[in-house]
Design a protein around this ligand. Structure first.
Ligand SMILES: [Zn+2]
Length: 202
């Protein structure tokens, strides 16, 4: 089993395994559709359908841990204080003293977006509603952008978890470290990042 899936019960884990079984598609679409509707503020079945299709299709170039990070974003299952109902915290990347510790903020956070633009070639909106839409709507994206969006979700999720566990880290360095770690496992992802980050010694 992929180590990232151990000890992580929850609907996103079930969905992750089910997207590889065509027979489970109606149930999977229902779960993903509900989560997408919550995030977008209204039902949009085609968006959920594309997410399920693209996650299944990406099984070659995209490591399982990256796909589960994206799925956790779709399911709003990142361990933020807003979701866990713990004492409210602020953005772990330190972009603004009043920026909230929420997934909606992290996908629109200027720190995340800066790294995405510089190293993934992604222009994500600074508006939280539009940024969520940017991340979820895969339908009209190029194949390259779809891979970049999966990487974007994984980069933020893992950097967020790392920053919580250690003080004094620089968020951009943590994000880039995660990108480097992932792209070493996949030639298509390596090529995608390498074309933007020619100065990296990969
Ligand atoms: Zn922030």
């Amino acid at each position: 089993m992929d180590p990232s899936l151990r000890d992580r019960p929850g609907p996103q884990r079930k969905v992750y395994f089910d997207i590889r079984r065509p027979k489970a598609r109606p149930e999977v679409l229902e779960v993903v559709g509900r989560r997408v509707a919550n995030l977008l503020g209204h039902p949009e079945p085609r968006v959920a359908e594309y997410i399920v299709d693209e996650l299944a299709r990406a099984s070659g170039p995209v490591p399982p841990c990256v796909r589960i990070s994206y799925l956790r974003a779709v399911c709003n299952a990142w361990p933020t204080s807003a979701r866990l109902h713990t004492a409210p915290r602020t953005c772990v990347f330190g972009c603004d003293p009043v920026a909230p510790d929420t997934m909606r903020h992290y996908v629109a956070c200027p720190v995340s977006r800066g790294v995405a633009f510089a190293h993934l070639g992604l222009a994500i909106s600074g508006d939280e509603v539009e940024a969520i839409s940017d991340v979820l709507r895969l339908r009209h994206r190029s194949p390259r952008d779809k891979l970049a969006l999966f990487l974007y979700a994984d980069m933020i999720f893992n950097a967020m978890c790392t920053m919580r566990q250690a003080l004094g880290l620089r968020p951009k360095a943590v994000m880039i470290s995660r990108l480097k770690d992932i792209i070493r496992r996949s030639r298509p992802l390596y090529d995608l990042v390498r074309e933007r980050s020619v100065r990296w010694r990969l």
